[in-house]
Design a protein around this ligand. Structure first.
Ligand SMILES: *Cc1c(COP(=O)(O)O)cnc(C)c1O
Length: 368
């Protein structure tokens, strides 16, 4: 890769391929792999990442919202796309673009059946979501009979899968809770299969579930963060490669004398001679204000430089007092060595939040 001359997010598609291969090595031969590409493929780039994954033969894609599915169809993606959290106002668009809804309540189920009726279609593929303990989205086990009775009297929709989501799959101390979710999902899906008279696909695992609960892989797994290089666990991380590297450059260097202040609200005041570098990246680019005041850091010529004072909209200032560097030098915010997970930990955040925050105005480049 060339040295960065502006703020760029480098996307390493070779690392993506490596991560997919590692995840697939954890699956049985015929377990399907769904790639979660919501939120611009975890902040990277929806189109390039989905196209790459399609050529690598993932079986399914998932996004959170209908407009994200539309973007995939516009890009020419032809694989099935599960929309995890559709809103009824978008059902027409969802059908027009051949997207497959997660149906998570009777309101959503009824509205969807009516939409399909209006279009005079039948056997439209849908996915029934059950809540087994996350208490976020989904039918509960008491709904099985009423769902089945509705489905028995309509040809409009066909259940392609039944699924649920784990609440704490990365947390070994919550093993009992997670096992309870798995038992509950098995019982619900058995009842559904009995009622429907056919067997849809079953799936329950996200990345950490894939790693920690192989007995819960069922017919398909839903992999998000693992594809992008993080496994919520040191040992898994060693086998994965972060896909995104956020880089920038030094715009200008300043020298502060004792008592000089830096940035908005004079949040930093020098208590010794201090050399600072101003970088063209700020909270509008995804480096939140919580990273200011020495909570966050960047890497310049292999050395750690703390963020001084408040994060501005378009700039941060970092401490380069003890770092040999000059204007125009490359700066790494996070990447394969100083990872997004590590940086996020400093502010009690997680890789997911930092990655998905990188804003659209940051240019994406690709290593193919
Ligand atoms: C986001 C999401 C996933 C992916 O989770 P990771 O931890 O990133 O692998 C899977 N399933 C559902 C329902 C999700 O919302």
């Amino acid at each position: 890769m060339l040295k960065a001359q502006e703020t760029v997010l480098e996307i390493d598609l070779k690392a993506l391929k490596h991560n997919l291969e590692f995840i697939k090595s954890k699956l049985e031969e015929n377990t399907k792999c769904l790639a979660v590409v919501k939120a611009f493929a975890y902040g990277s780039d929806t189109v390039e990442v989905a196209k790459c994954l399609e050529t690598l033969n993932v079986d399914y894609f998932a996004v959170a919202y209908v407009n994200e599915g539309v973007a995939l169809r516009d890009a020419g993606i032809t694989r099935p796309i599960l929309v995890l959290h559709p809103q009824v106002i978008n059902f027409e668009t969802l059908m027009e673009r051949n997207l497959e809804p997660s149906l998570y309540s009777h309101r959503v189920l009824d509205t969807f059946i009516n939409t399909v009726k209006k279009h005079k279609k039948d056997n439209y593929p849908v996915h029934i979501k059950f809540n087994t303990g996350l208490n976020r989205l989904g039918f509960v086990k008491e709904d099985v009979d009423s769902i089945v009775s509705k489905l028995k009297v309509t040809e409009t929709i066909k259940v392609k899968s039944i699924f649920s989501h784990l609440a704490a799959s990365e947390d070994k101390t919550e093993k009992d809770f997670t096992n309870g979710q798995i038992v509950s999902f098995k019982s619900i899906s058995n009842q559904m299969v009995d009622g429907l008279g056919y067997k849809p696909m079953l799936h329950q695992c996200n990345t950490s579930g894939i790693m920690n609960y192989p007995e819960a892989h069922f017919d398909m797994v839903r992999c998000g963060i693992g594809l992008y290089g993080f496994g919520n666990n040191q040992e898994v991380n060693r086998n994965l490669k972060p896909v995104a590297t956020l880089k920038t450059v030094i715009s200008q260097i300043h020298t502060l004398n004792i008592g000089d202040s830096l940035g908005y609200n004079r949040a930093f005041v020098a208590d010794r001679g201090t050399r600072t570098a101003t970088l063209p990246i700020g909270h509008a680019d995804g480096i939140g204000r919580q990273y200011g005041n020495e909570k966050g850091f960047v890497t310049i010529n292999g050395q750690k430089a703390s963020i001084l004072g408040n994060v501005c909209m378009d700039m941060i200032m970092v401490d380069v007092t003890n770092i040999a560097c000059k204007e125009g030098d490359e700066v790494v915010i996070f990447g394969q060595r100083n990872t997004a997970e590590h940086l996020a930990e400093n502010v009690d955040s997680i890789s997911y939040e930092l990655l998905t925050a990188v804003s659209r105005r940051v240019k994406r480049t690709f290593n193919r």
